[in-house]
Write a protein that binds this ligand. Sequence first.
Ligand SMILES: CCCCCCCCCC/C=C/CC(=O)SCCNC(=O)CCNC(=O)[C@H](O)C(C)(C)COP(=O)(O)OP(=O)(O)OC[C@H]1O[C@@H](n2cnc3c(N)ncnc32)[C@H](O)[C@@H]1OP(=O)(O)O
Length: 292
Amino acid sequence: MAARIMNLPKHGLCHLMRTSALARHYAGSTGSASPPQFTTLSVDDKTGIATLTLNRPPANALNAAFMGEIARSIKELEKSKCRGLILTSSSERIFCAGLDLKECYQAEASHLQGIWVALQNLWHTLYSTPLITVALINGHTVAGGGMLALSSEYRIMLPNFKIGINETMVGLAVPMWLIDTYLNVIPNRRVAEWDLTASRIYKSEHALKAGLVDELAASKEQGLERAVAFISSYPKHSLVARAITKRQFREKDLKNFEDNRQHDLEIFLSNIQKPNVQSYLGEYLESLKKKA
Ligand SMILES: CCCCCCCCCC/C=C/CC(=O)SCCNC(=O)CCNC(=O)[C@H](O)C(C)(C)COP(=O)(O)OP(=O)(O)OC[C@H]1O[C@@H](n2cnc3c(N)ncnc32)[C@H](O)[C@@H]1OP(=O)(O)O
C-alpha cells in the first residue's frame, strides 16, 4: 500500500494533515505538545484507508497514554472523513496483551481510575465510530486486546496466535459493555456465556471456525490486502447510510454503557484494589516474567 502520513487531498475523503499538524492537534486535545508516542498512522491517499499501527513494545500493553492516543487518532480520522481504518501491530508476535498489568499493580487509585476511564473511552470511540474498521490481528490478542479486535467490524487473523477474553481467569468480572461487544460477534448466547465465564482463549484456526474472526491470512501483507478489499467493498455512495445502519445496530450497547459508566468504574476500582486481587496480580506478573 502506497501509504504516507495522513493527507488525502484529491477526492475529499481525507483532508490534509501533516505530521506537525497532527502533533498540534494532540497538543490541543491533551494539553501536551507531545506527538504520538506509541502508534504510527498512515493514510493511503488513493483508497482513503488509514492504518494505525500499535507500537508499544514488548506487548502493546494498554496504559492510559497509549489508549488516549488510539482514541484521538480515530476521532481525528473521523473528522478528516477517512473511509476506513485498519488496526494492526508492529510486533510480529503480539497484537495486544490487554491492559498494562504492571501499571495495575500497587498503583494509586487515581492512576487506576485514569487507566479504566481511558479503556472505557477507547472502547466507546472504536465501537461507535462511523469508520469502516478492520482489525488485522498479526499476533496474540487477549483481554483488552480482544476488546480492540471485537469492537472492530471485521477481523483478519494470522495463523497460530491466540485470541480471547480472559478476565475471569485473572480474577475479575467481564464488564457488561464487553459482554455486549462479544455478543455482537458471537450472537449465540450460550457459546458467548461459556467463552467468557471460562476465559476461553482460541487459536486462530479455531477462532475462524467459531466466527470470532472472519478470515485467516497467511502473512501481514496478505492480511493488509484483504483488509483493504473489505473496506473497499463498500461503495462511496453508501458510506453515510452504512454508518447510520452500523450505529443503529450498536446504539443499545452504547446507551447501556453510558447509563452505567460510573458504576462500571466503581466496580473496577473496588475489585482491582482488593488485597487478594493485588496479590494474585503480583504472582501473575511474576509468571509472565519467568516465561521469558
Ligand atoms: C492478574 C490478576 C488481576 C488482574 C487484574 C487486571 C485488571 C483487569 C480488569 C478487567 C479487565 C481488564 C482488561 C485487561 O486487559 S486485563 C489484561 C490481561 N492480560 C493478560 O492476561 C495477558 C498476559 N499476557 C500473555 O498472556 C502473553 O504475554 C501473550 C499476550 C499471550 C503473549 O505471549 P508471548 O509468549 O508472546 O509473550 P510474553 O508472555 O513473553 O510477554 C512479552 C513481554 O510482555 C510482557 N507482558 C505481557 N502481557 C503484559 C501485560 N498485560 N501487561 C504488561 N506486560 C505484559 C511480559 O511480561 C513480557 O515482558 P518481559 O519481556 O519484560 O518479560
